[in-house]
Each structure stands twice: as structure tokens, then as C-alpha cells.
Design a protein around this ligand. Structure first.
Ligand code: FPP
Ligand code: MG
Ligand code: MG
Length: 376
């Protein structure tokens, strides 16, 4: 930890770059429907959270700028937007379009976000919008009443508004994504969305046998958490001019993959060890949802009597209490979960070391340790 403190603080290093983000995001998510605007802005104005993902995108952008570029993507190689995108040629009445120039629809007048740096910053916004959309929906699915130290969006409004606000944020993120005018990045990020949904449905509909498997748990964790970070990191490299199959882009994706897994395993550990007021969201929530994560799965290797409880999703009276006691009494359950987080953290650092040395790379290394040492 002392060695880490000598590395640059990842959040401070990109503080300036993230400021315009904070300034423009509420403009980007404004709607002519007041409730939608308020619900969509909730996690951008008052409760911004740790802003992990945009921080990662900014730092990866800096780190890949230090690497040699094999192939530069020029905006001229990109296909032109379809004619109906152009103001005037649109079938949509002009008065309805009037405001849209400022809000992000591509028109000839605002078609100017061509330099890599701006595009990468915009990708960071897209990623945070996708993340926030998924959290708003997640709290509906999980029936969680708090998020980031305040009420969940569905508690402030209603389930219906929360579903629509999440959809709306996704729609806005899609417009911004398209504005990057990089079809590879659009495909990658659309795949990330697909992964999020796969992860959630896998968690919801997993067959009982798979609930006891660490491999299924890891796959689900990849889908619901690591994929977005991995794809965002690869996309950042692409926007920096690196080609899809380049060593730099692959190292970035592997970094995101392992960091994401370390992040989720730590999240699952904190569900048992953290306090709700520190976490800003409910603690001990996973078992209530019938979910078994790393600590319980490893404890079950020591105490096989846990397995039937896991497979029936702790549905019988007393199951949760019994499982907690067994976890508490297990020698290695929690320790092995911590080792798993550490393993992926180490792999994330190994991937980073394939990038050329830079201040940003050092900050990312420190970020990896922040992820597994965090308490919230
Ligand atoms: C949090 O997990 C949830 C996610 C990381 C992904 C949620 C994804 C969806 C709801 C699919 C819909 C996707 C989009 C893009 C709208 P958690 O419940 O384990 O964590 P928590 O403790 O923070 O609630
Ligand atoms: Mg949840
Ligand atoms: Mg969930």
C-alpha cells in the first residue's frame, strides 16, 4: 500500500478532464419531459458516485497515447451519415429539430467532434450513461431502495418512470455513441449492452446446478460488470488510432476484463463485510435475492451442506442464517474470495505492463489496488 501511494492518484490525474463531463452531462440528458429529465439527471448532478468508468476511459486514453500507433483511422474513411440525419432533409418537422443541434443529434452545424481526444472523452460519458441506466434498472429488478447514499430512482418516482428513465439514458447514450462515427466502436459498445442484459438474465434464470459453480459465477460477473469495462477500454484504444487486433487494444481489453472481475468480486465481498451506510446501498442483499457469490461458493467447498441451500436460493426459512453461520465458521471461504479478487487484480496489472510506461499507466496500476482495497 505504501508503494502504491507513490504512484499518481488516478482520480486527481483526470479531475480536469472530467469537469466538462460534469458540466455537459445534464445538458446531454435533458428531455422536454420534466420527469424524465429529473430522473435521468439524478445520478449525474447530486450523486455522481465514484465515476470509476469515465476515470478508466480517460486514463486508458492517456496511456494508449504513449504507445506507437499502427494504423490511424481518419474520419474521411468513415461512411457519411444517412441523408435523413441532415437538418432540412429530415422528415421530422423543423421546429421539433430546432433544439436538437445542442442536444446531440448530428447536424452539419455540430459535426465537429473529430479529434481522438474529444471522442475518447465522449466515450467516457457514453459508458457512464450506460452504467447509470443499468443501475436504475438494476434497482428495480433487485427491489433495492437505496443507491449512492440516497433513494433509488424507482423510490423517488415509480418503477414505470425508472424503467423509462433507464431506457431514455440508453437512447441518449446511443446517439452520442453514433456521433463518434466509428462503426467498430459502435459494434463493440452495442455488444457490451448485450452482455449486461445476458448477465442479468443469467443471474435471474440460472439452473440450480450452475448456482454452485464458481465458473458460472465468473461468467455472470464478466457479463454484468467486466464486459462494459473491457469493451470500453478496447474502444478507447481504437479511438486513439490503434487497430482492432493490435497488441495495444488487446492489452486494454484484458486489463478491463480483469479489473472488472476484481471489482465485482470485491463488490460481492463487501456485500457481506460492508455496512449499508458506508456502501450507500443495502448490505447483505445478495442472499436475499437468492444469489451466491464467491465467499459462499468457496465456503460450500468446505461445507458441502451449503450446496442444497445455494441451489434453492436460500428460500427455506432459516437458510440465510445457516449459510451465514457456515460462512463465518469456514476457514477459507472469505480468504479465497479475497485471493480471487487479488488474482484478477494482478492479471490486470500484467496487462497494463504490456503498454509503454507512462504516468497514466502508473495511475491505472494504483486504481487496480484501489479496487480491491476499497470499502465502498
Ligand atoms: C449491478 O449489480 C448491476 C449491473 C452491474 C448490471 C445491471 C444490468 C441490467 C439491469 C440490464 C439492463 C441493462 C441496461 C444497459 C439498461 P448488483 O445488483 O450485483 O450490484 P449492486 O449491489 O450495486 O446493486
Ligand atoms: Mg443490485
Ligand atoms: Mg442486481
Amino acid at each position: 500500500a505504501r508503494l502504491m501511494a507513490k504512484l499518481p492518484d488516478p482520480f486527481k490525474l483526470v479531475d480536469k478532464e472530467l469537469q466538462p463531463f460534469a458540466d455537459s452531462i445534464s445538458e446531454l440528458v435533458s428531455s422536454d419531459q420534466p420527469v424524465l429529465s429529473m430522473a435521468a439527471k439524478h445520478f449525474f448532478e447530486k450523486r455522481q458516485g465514484k465515476r470509476f468508468r469515465p476515470t478508466i476511459v480517460q486514463l486508458v486514453a492517456k496511456a494508449v497515447a504513449a504507445a506507437d500507433v499502427e494504423e490511424v483511422l481518419s474520419p474521411a474513411d468513415q461512411p457519411p451519415p444517412p441523408a435523413w440525419h441532415m437538418a432540412g432533409a429530415s422528415p421530422i418537422p423543423a421546429d421539433l429539430l430546432a433544439e436538437d443541434g445542442a442536444r446531440g443529434v448530428v447536424t452539419p452545424g455540430n459535426h465537429r467532434d473529430s479529434d481522438p481526444w474529444r471522442r475518447q472523452a465522449q466515450l467516457g460519458q457514453v459508458v457512464e450513461m450506460i452504467h447509470v441506466a443499468s443501475l436504475i434498472h438494476d434497482d428495480v429488478l433487485d427491489e433495492a431502495e437505496t443507491r449512492r447514499g440516497g433513494d433509488a430512482v424507482h423510490k423517488l418516482y415509480s418503477n414505470k418512470v425508472a424503467v423509462l428513465a433507464g431506457d431514455y439514458l440508453l437512447a441518449r447514450a446511443s446517439v452520442l455513441l453514433a456521433r463518434l462515427e466509428n462503426t467498430a466502436v459502435v459494434q463493440i459498445m452495442a455488444t457490451a449492452l448485450e452482455s449486461l442484459v445476458s448477465g442479468e438474465i443469467m443471474q435471474l434464470k440460472a439452473p440450480p446446478e450452475s448456482l454452485v459453480e464458481v465458473s458460472s459465477y465468473l461468467r455472470k460477473s464478466y457479463y454484468k460488470t467486466a464486459s462494459l469495462i473491457a469493451y470500453a477500454a478496447r474502444s478507447t484504444a481504437l479511438l486513439g488510432g490503434h487497430s482492432y487486433g493490435s497488441e495495444v487494444a488487446t492489452a486494454c481489453e484484458e486489463f478491463g476484463f480483469h479489473l472488472g472481475l476484481a471489482y465485482q468480486v470485491q463488490d460481492d465481498i463487501l456485500d457481506f463485510t460492508g455496512a449499508a451506510d458506508v456502501l450507500g446501498k443495502p448490505a447483505l442483499a445478495d442472499m436475499d435475492l437468492g444469489l451466491s457469490t464467491a465467499p459462499i461458493l468457496y465456503a460450500a467447498e468446505e461445507f458441502p451442506q451449503l450446496k442444497p441451500l445455494i441451489m434453492r436460493r436460500f428460500k427455506k426459512q432459516g437458510d440465510k442464517q445457516t449459510a451465514l453461520e457456515l460462512l463465518f465458521n469456514s476457514e477459507r471461504g472469505m480468504a479465497r474470495a479475497k485471493e480471487l479478487a487479488r488474482f484478477h487484480a494482478d492479471k490486470a496489472v500484467e496487462a497494463l505492463l504490456r503498454l509503454p510506461p507512462s504516468e497514466a499507466r502508473d495511475a491505472l496500476t494504483r486504481l487496480v489496488s484501489v479496487v480491491i482495497l476499497r470499502k465502498k
